[in-house]
Design a protein around this ligand. Sequence first.
Ligand code: TYC
Length: 147
Amino acid sequence: MVGFPRVDAQAGARSFIPRRSRAANSTGRAAPPPAEPSREALRSGRQRSPLARVEDEPREKERLERPWRVWLHNDDYTPMEYVTQVLHDAFGVGWLRALRVMLKAHVSGRSEVALYPRREAEERVSAAHARARGAGWPLHFSAEPAE
Ligand code: TYC
């Protein structure tokens, strides 16, 4: 019956006001607006702003697909062969490039590994960390938005 045209006995006029909104306003006051998503929820992309429009969706998709850069960081303990192996296995880097990336981090402190979509970058870094911790090495990678 929601939204069904009714005849208002007093006014004698047709009304299209849905029943639900009348019930919600039985106190004479407007119902409180729904809670706003927190800033953090909006920033992380967990929740969309209620003001977001349908046209914003491609931009949101673009934001998630923007490439992320994975960095390799030097340390004093992990063996060079082990670093090269992880670059090859966990990041799909060819052997020669893996060797170069490892040497660059060894010499200058850090080195760019590759670009991936955000989710993939995070997953590869987590997998590489899990593997290195399991083997007892402090090997460290980080990921950040490219550009
Ligand atoms: N510095 C390490 C060593 O001398 C090797 C190494 C290179 C470690 C690059 C981490 O990202 C790294 N055994």
